[in-house]
Design a binder for this molecule. Sequence first.
Ligand SMILES: Nc1ncnc2c1ncn2[C@@H]1O[C@H](COP(=O)(O)OP(=O)(O)O)[C@@H](O)[C@H]1O
Ligand SMILES: O=C(CO)[C@@H](O)[C@H](O)COP(=O)(O)O
Length: 549
Amino acid sequence: MPTSRSVVIGVDSSTQSTKAAAVDADTGELLAIGRAPHTVTGTSGARESDPEEWWTALATAVRASVRQAGIPADAVTGIAVAGQQHGLVTLGADGRPLRPALLWNDTRSAPQAAALAERLGGPAAWLARTGSVPVASMTAAKWQWLRENEPRHAAAATAVRLPHDHLTERLCGHPVTDPGDASGTCWYGTGVGVGTGVGVGVGTGTGIGFGSGVGVGFGSGVGTGTGVGAGTGTRTNARSRAATSTAGAGAYDREILDLLGLDPSLLPAVAPGGATRVGTLTPAAAEALGLPRTVAVAAGTGDNMAAAVGLGLGGAGLLDHPVVSLGTSGTVFAATRTRPADPALAGFAATDGTYLPLGCTLNCTLAVDRFATLLGLDREDAAPGGEVVVLPYLDGERTPDLPHAAGLVTGLRHGTEPRAVLGAAYEGAAYTVLRALDGLLAACGLDPADPAVRDRPLRLIGGGARGRAWTETVRRLSGRPLVVPAAEELVALGAAALAAGAVTGADPVALTTAWGTGAGEVLPPVRRDEETWDRIAAVLTAAGPTLLR
Ligand SMILES: Nc1ncnc2c1ncn2[C@@H]1O[C@H](COP(=O)(O)OP(=O)(O)O)[C@@H](O)[C@H]1O
Ligand SMILES: O=C(CO)[C@@H](O)[C@H](O)COP(=O)(O)O
C-alpha cells in the first residue's frame, strides 16, 4: 500500500460499543472496522458507563482498524468522534471523571425533567428556546439530578462534557463540542432569535478560537477568535467562556444555565460544525492510539447527526429521506431547513447548521434481544404476534414519554408459542418507533397517511437493520418501501467524513454523497398490517394509566 494514501478514522462511541472505521479519504473505501465493547451498569432506571472505558475502547478499536486495514500508521491523517448523545460526563480538577457518566437512557432524572419543563414559562418556551422540552434523557435533567442527589459531585465538577466532547478532548486537549450534540443538552439555543453573544473562545499555543453569538462565529489566530456576525471569540487558557444568549441561535442559553446553577465556564466551546479542525493528537493520545501526533482532530458530533452525514443528508429540505435507526435506541429523524416545534420530538441541530428533528425510543434492539433471551430463542426465530401484544418498555419509555413504565405482555393463551411472543416484542418496538415517525412527518407538515408521503422510502440503519426479523417487521407495520444501505456503521462513516473534512476542508455531506455510503438495496412495500397496528395502539391507550406509574 502506498504511504501517500490518506486514511481517516471515524469513531462511533455508542451505548453498547465503540466502532472505528478506517476509510480512504479520497475514495471513501472502507478499509476496516475495529470494535470494542462497553459496559453499561445500573438497575431501576439507572444507566451508567465509565468514560475511562470509552477511552480504552476507542484506543482498542482504532488500533484494530489500522491493523486490519494493513496501512502504516502515518497514512492516517484525521480522526473524528461521534458519540451517544446527552450523557453527562463530569470531570474533576485532575481532568478525570468524578463518577460514571449518566447515560441518555437513565430515567432517574424524570422528576427533574418534569420540574424543569414547568420553569421558564413552560414547555412552549423550552421548545422555542432550545427546540426540545426537557425529558429524562436530556443533559439538563441529568445535571439537575446530580445537583439534587450528589451535590458533592456537582460542586466538585470543573468541567461538564457530553460523551463525544470528552473523547475529543482526550484526543486533542481542547474542550470543544459542535452544534448538533450541544442541541441535545437543553441548555443550548438552536432557535432563530437574537442572541447577545459575547463569544466562546478556546486558545492554544498554536491558537484556535471560536466565536459564537448571533449566528455562529469562527475565528483563528493565536489566542483570539473573531466571530462572524456578532460573536467574538476570546482566548482563555484551560477553559472556554460560554456565549450568553436570551433565545440564541447557536449559543448556550445563559438564563437556562443560571436556572441550572451551571457555570458556563465548565462547558466546552461550540465549533461551527463537526468537521471543524480543532487540533492534532496530544502526545498521550498519539501513544495510546499508535498514531502520529500530526493526525488532525475534528470537532465530531452526536451519533444521530453523524448518521445523517454518513447517509449524505443535510444542507437541504430532505424530508424525502426519513431515517429509522434500530440500535439500543430506536430513532427517527430527517434533515430539514426549518425546525418543527413539537413537544414529542427533539428539535436537534444537524452538525452543519440545518436541523435534525428526531424522535427517540428507549427500547429497541436491546429490549427485543432481552425477550429472545427470556424465551430461549435465537433473535431471528420470531413469528407474527397474532393476538399477543408486547409493549417492550423494559427501560421505561421516552417516546411516548412514560419514564416509569415497565414491559407489558397481553393476549397470552395456553396455545401461544414463544416465537409469537418474540414476534410481538418486535412489533411493539417497531410500532413505537413508527408511531414516532408519523409524529415527525406530521410535525413537518406532511400527512403520514398520504400515499405520496407513504411512498417515500425509509432508510433503515443501525445494528437492527442487519436482521431479517427487524426489516420484515418494519416493512409490514409501515407499509413503506425501505432502503437498507449496503454500508454498515453509518455513524462511523459519517464521523470519517467529518475527519476528512477537517483534513481537506471538504464538505462532509458532499463527501459521503460522492462516496455513495447511503446507497443500498430497495425493499418494495408490502401491504400494511393495520390490524396489528390498531391492536397495539389500543393496548397502549388502555394501558396508559398503568404505564404512567
Ligand atoms: N445481524 C443482526 N441482526 C439483528 N440485530 C442485530 C444484528 N447485529 C446487531 N444487531 C442488533 O444491533 C444492536 C446494536 O446496534 P448498534 O446500532 O450498534 O447499537 P448502539 O448504537 O446502541 O450501540 C444490538 O442490540 C443487536 O440487537
Ligand atoms: O438519546 C438518543 C438520541 O436522542 C440516542 O439515540 C443516543 O444517541 C444513543 O444512541 P445509540 O447508542 O442507541 O445509537
